[in-house]
Design a protein around this ligand. Structure first.
Ligand SMILES: *[C@@H]1O[C@H](CO)[C@@H](O)[C@H](O)[C@H]1NC(C)=O
Ligand SMILES: [Cu+2]
Length: 233
């Protein structure tokens, strides 16, 4: 019976470690919860997406077709921050993707489907080859990304994705935490080459080496982020 208490505690810690990205902050202006971020299916549970082929991979929306009440205007080259509720409680990489909204639609109406996404940021672990990897976003209560200064002006979806790897050594064990904010970008130079665009779902396979990943032992000597390389201005 001795082990029942630690197991119960572990279960509670596991739930608390889940997280969401409910608000944005741009130039010091903090939004309301899910005011600029589309309401996610995990807004109450804080649970992850674990099937990388699921439609939830797009923006993890609770009510697809229902926009966030507001679209944020941001200058190219400025940062967009997402708050984390309550913090990035698991180890793994942080990614940001953007999708340009097709002509005739807006950031509020576009569903983010199809080959529209390009990656603007990724990070990976320090301490490779040791038994104590360090992940830059671990424990963070907000995460930021710079909108490329060379982007084209217009409406975009900005997709934040954190991949928790603590259980990723079996298929379906990686936990993806996702949300999308609605942006109008101004002041970009328009020279960005976004390269090959990807779809969500579609960009990742359950067997990608950055999704099916043994975090602990033997100590990993490399980490390969899933998806395309981040764009450069
Ligand atoms: C902007 O975000 C980047 C992360 O992409 C961060 O390194 C940088 O400190 C941020 N800049 C400001 C002014 O917050
Ligand atoms: Cu969790």
């Amino acid at each position: 019976m001795k082990f029942t208490t630690p197991l119960a505690l572990l279960a509670v810690v596991g739930v608390q470690a889940h997280y969401t990205f409910p608000r944005t902050k741009v130039n010091g202006v903090l939004s309301g919860e899910y005011e600029t971020v589309r309401l996610t299916a995990n807004h109450w549970s804080h649970g992850p997406v674990t099937d990388v082929t699921s439609q939830e991979m797009t923006c993890f929306e609770k009510n697809p077709g229902t926009p966030a009440p507001k679209t944020i205007t941001v200058q190219a080259g400025n940062n967009v921050t997402f708050t984390v509720d309550s913090n990035i409680g698991h180890p793994g990489p942080l990614h940001f993707y953007m999708a340009k909204v097709p002509a005739g639609q807006t950031a509020a109406t576009f569903n983010g489907k199809g080959p529209v996404w390009f990656k603007i940021y990724q990070d990976g672990p320090g301490g490779l080859g040791t038994s104590s990897l360090t992940w830059p976003s671990y424990g963070k209560t907000e995460v930021s990304v710079q909108i490329p200064h060379c982007i084209q002006d217009g409406d975009y979806l900005l997709r934040v994705e954190h991949i928790a790897l603590h259980s990723a050594s079996s298929i379906g064990g990686a936990q993806l935490y996702i949300a999308c904010a609605q942006l109008t970008v101004t002041g970009g130079t328009g020279t960005l080459n976004t390269g090959q665009l990807v779809s969500f779902p579609g960009a990742y396979k359950a067997t990608d080496p950055g999704i099916l990943f043994q975090l602990y032992w033997p100590p990993p000597t490399s980490y390969i982020n899933p998806g395309p390389a981040p764009v450069k201005c």
